[in-house]
Design a protein around this ligand. Sequence first.
Ligand code: AP5
Ligand code: MG
Ligand code: ZN
Length: 216
Amino acid sequence: MINLILLGLPGAGKGTVSEQIVDKYHLTHISTGDMFREAMANETKVGLEAKSYIDKGDLVPDEVTAKLVEERLAQPDIKEGYILDGFPRTTVQAELLEGITKRLNKSLTSVISLEVKEQTLIDRLSARFMCKSCGATYNKITKMPKEKGICDRCGGHDFYQREDDKPEVVKNRLEVNEKMNAPLKDFYQNKGLLTVIDGEQTPEKVFESVDAVLSK
Ligand code: AP5
Ligand code: MG
Ligand code: ZN
């Protein structure tokens, strides 16, 4: 059983490496950002609440986010383990997660932090674009669709830029997340769960490094 947390600032490559991990290990990918975006698209109560924070690049309140994660982790489809991508982001959330994993008997097995320089993050986020129909992630510089204008994953033709990838919002997102990041890493370092990986490498190399940790 692998129950993994992926830490990393916005644009560090959490979503990208999650896809590769899922292909090999069949873990359930739980991205709080993806869940919020889905809730926003469906205009649910949580979605409407989250939108006011996300559009500014602020964090959604800890309790709201933790509740969403607990409900997701309680689902019976998680068989081979899970990847938490983008949760926890604060030490309060990390503490709430301790309670959740205890209640559900799904304790963590490892925590990986993807480390990327701030300028690289800014470059990646400004070049990122997404498929409108399936949410697949692309990049104008490093990952264009194989066939121009057609999504590799679903064949869709429409793409968009995330609202929070606009330059004004990126600046605040990075600031907010950077403040929380060091204490969060310390939290898991102290528990002996943390491995740091160089996220500046190519996606293939990043996955190799992650795979080396997971296959131990
Ligand atoms: P979320 O959607 O999680 O955003 P994020 O943390 O800012 O991270 P990203 O999804 O932007 O980046 P990523 O690390 O997944 O990178 P990716 O693989 O796409 O959260 C959105 C918002 O929701 C938050 O701001 C907050 O408001 C709210 N929220 C979510 N969780 C919350 C929580 N726990 N508490 C409170 N609020 C919460 O890669 C980025 C780009 O780079 C892509 O174009 C990709 O193709 C490219 N790329 C990836 N890897 C590489 C590589 N190795 N080399 C070159 N290019 C690469
Ligand atoms: Mg992501
Ligand atoms: Zn698609």
